[in-house]
Design a binder for this molecule. Structure first.
Ligand code: FES
Ligand SMILES: [Fe+2]
Length: 374
């Protein structure tokens, strides 16, 4: 976040705290609960996520060196992203060109110069081209130059590898594009990742990251003591959003000139990049959340990766510090998961849900999905 935006946001949160107010649109929107369990709608959303919008399939921090790879399974489209010897990250369909076996099922790792299929050991270079076929005379009638991995259009930007980016700057909008650039996440490193199955529709779980009204209630045992109660400010950045939730410590700088303190020290700033990405800035680490539909309308997968400004030595003091933060985020995420799962169980018996004045991103998220599916 650039200095000017930091000062404006800091002053806005401080004004809310002084006035005892918070961001509030004053408008409540009702949404049919069917959006969370209707099978046809869920299929359409899956197709949208796998084929029509820019989606983050890997983080630059997972691909620091040539030969590093990351996998990400979109609906009906398993992807494999590999950093080539030339430094370019390329996204491939994660399927061997012989009989379709996935080249790796690991979330990320280092393959070295070639990736070897576990079935019959066909091997591929990091640029996707076929390196070798064992006992190649069995395929003598084929041209090896046509047997490289199938590459998909992608672009690495702001520390993320975007599948089908199209006009990514246009998609993000100039304001968000510049703000993401300001963090320099391209050079940050993935410290740890986890993928957790959640028994709820993907939207119900994603929505828990899009508001902080629930913060001190649901998370009373985990993060409530760190945060101000429902003191949040939202800014719309193009089609996406920045949400800033004030920490208790905001009180300590309340009377100081906002030019003399950094709002990132006194608020958790998150970017809600529709349709399924949330990036939370916690000062010395960044939490990246990607929520994907699962194999049923009432299932989803939570992908969480923690980024740190530099590589962390295993078993070091820093590693223990970041491990504690990672576990803490998972613990609070499980509290959100329980709510999403509980709401999921009532959806078929419920007519509608309400998105109120403190939940502007939820209303915008649904409008946007409706428009994309229309
Ligand atoms: S399926 Fe990969 S080598 Fe046979
Ligand atoms: Fe939460």
């Amino acid at each position: 976040m650039r200095e000017q935006q930091r000062m404006v946001l800091g002053a806005t949160l401080a004004a809310h705290l002084r006035a005892g107010s918070t961001y509030n649109t004053g408008v409540t929107v009702a949404r049919p609960a069917a959006a969370y369990h209707d099978e046809a709608r869920w299929q359409a959303e899956r197709s949208l996520l796998a084929g029509s919008v820019p989606v983050v399939v890997a983080l630059s921090g997972q691909l620091a060196h040539p030969g590093d790879f990351a996998t990400f399974d979109l609906p009906r489209l398993p992807t494999l992203t590999v950093r080539g010897e030339d430094g370019v990250a390329r996204v491939f369909v994660n399927a061997c060109r012989h009989r379709g076996v996935q080249l790796t099922e690991e979330a990320c790792g280092h393959a070295g110069r070639v990736l070897v299929c576990p079935f019959h050991a066909w091997s591929y270079r990091s640029d996707g081209s076929l390196a070798a076929i064992p006992d190649a005379e069995g395929f003598a009638d084929l041209d090896p130059s046509t047997l490289g991995l199938v590459e998909l259009p992608s672009l690495e930007r702001h520390g993320f590898v975007w599948l089908r980016p199209g006009d990514l700057t246009g998609y993000l909008g100039a304001a968000l594009d510049d703000e993401l650039a300001s963090y320099g996440l391209d050079s940050w490193r993935a410290f740890r990742s986890v993928a957790i199955d959640v028994p709820a529709n993907w939207k119900l779980f994603y929505e828990t990251f899009l508001e902080f009204y629930h913060g001190v209630y649901l998370h009373r045992a985990t993060l409530a003591h760190l945060m101000q109660r429902n003191l949040v400010h939202f800014d719309r950045l193009g089609e996406h959003w920045r949400m800033a939730a004030a920490k208790q410590s905001l009180r300590t700088v309340l009377d100081d000139d906002p030019a003399r303190w950094n709002v990132l020290d006194h608020a958790v700033v998150s970017y809600d990049i529709l349709p399924n990405l949330a990036v939370n800035v916690h000062g010395d680490h960044v939490a990246v959340y990607r929520i994907l539909p699962g194999d049923r309308a009432d299932r989803c997968v939570w992908h969480f990766t923690m980024l740190t400004p530099e590589a962390i030595e295993p078993d070091s003091k820093a590693a223990r510090y970041f491990d504690r933060n990672f576990d803490y985020i998972v613990e609070t995420g499980r509290e959100d998961m329980a709510m999403a799962a509980s709401a999921q169980r009532t959806m078929a018996a419920t007519e509608r849900v309400l998105h109120g004045g403190f939940e502007p991103v939820l209303a915008a998220f649904h409008q946007r999905l409706d428009a994309a599916l229309a």
